[in-house]
Unconditional design. Structure first.
Lengths: 132, 171
């Protein structure tokens, strides 16, 4: 056996986002974080996942909104008990949203254009080959 | 704005199970992630490891914002938002206290125990994952709340509806 044949294993909680897609269809709790002048800001939001687009609605009453092109992190998570914890974490940039008529006017709507999406599910903890 | 020791704030903190802590990096990049927490001595303690983005960000910028809601009552749409300063604590005494409190809250409860039992075959893997040090040394983010606000979580759909649903009563 050569050194190259030795496979290094690591333990992961991460899953393919498709495996937790139900979180996007029935959003349990969601929030969006962005940087403000006085530190991090975070607001509870509603999310619609439509045609592979993350449409995010923030209450119009929110103290501040992220601006177009600003970097944000959208977190949709579920579960309380350890092995029930699941989440989708989307890092991306804000894009303005126009012409979507079915959205409630009580919200400030925008789209998050993802640059990185990670999902995890604690009940899927497992050992995988380390490909890093 | 509310005082962090307002009874409504204390009530939500007592019943909430998962905190979502927002931080920013040295370069001003945002981050938010869910963590378990316990309260004590007027502070919030969140368990993590020192190589996570949350811990690295707190070291670079101590300002944090944390959201809480009462997960056991899905119709209660109140969301508590706390802002404050945080530090990363790695001292053994505090970490031991945190682990004991965390186990009491999350594992040695009826639901926690049942959940662990149902996934008993995964426990050795969790133990190896925690002790591997892959994500660094265990640490606690100690948050000193400075201001609190009660928000209302949006309804789940956000699509136009004809019937208006009223907000749940506030404390």
């Amino acid at each position: 056996m050569t050194v190259a044949d030795v496979r290094v294993k690591r333990i992961t909680l991460n899953v393919d986002p498709l495996e937790v897609r139900d979180l996007l269809e029935r959003v349990p709790r969601a929030c969006i974080s962005f940087a403000g002048d006085e530190g991090p800001r975070v607001e509870p939001v509603t999310v619609l996942f439509k045609d592979d687009r993350y449409l995010v609605g923030m209450p119009s009453s929110a103290a501040s909104h992220p601006t177009v092109d600003e970097e944000v992190v959208l977190l949709i998570d579920d579960g309380v008990q350890f092995f029930d914890l699941r989440a989708i974490y989307v890092r991306g940039h804000v894009q303005s949203l126009g012409g979507v008529k079915y959205l409630s006017s009580d919200f400030f709507w925008f789209e998050v254009q993802p640059t990185r999406t990670v999902a995890w599910d604690y009940a899927r903890i497992r050992e995988v080959d380390d490909e890093s | 704005m509310m005082n962090p020791d307002d009874p409504a704030v204390v009530d939500i903190l007592r019943r909430a199970m998962v905190a979502r802590i927002a931080t920013v990096s040295r370069n001003g990049r945002p981050h938010v992630n869910p963590l378990y927490f316990v309260c004590g001595r007027g502070k919030i303690y969140l368990g993590t490891t020192d190589r996570t983005l949350a811990a690295l960000n707190v070291k670079a910028n101590p300002r944090v914002t944390v959201l809480f809601n009462i997960e056991s009552e899905p119709n209660d749409r109140r969301v508590l938002r706390l802002r404050g300063g945080a530090i990363v604590r790695t001292d053994a005494r505090l970490c031991r206290w945190y682990v004991r409190s965390d186990l009491r809250k999350y594992i040695f409860s009826r639901r926690g125990f049942g959940n662990s039992l149902a996934h008993a075959r995964l426990l050795p893997l969790v133990r190896r994952f925690v002790s591997s040090g892959e994500k660094g040394q265990e640490c606690v983010l100690e948050v000193r709340p400075e201001e609190a606000a009660l928000l209302t979580a949006p309804n789940r759909l956000g699509i136009k509806r004809t019937k208006k649903f009223s907000d749940p009563p506030y404390c």
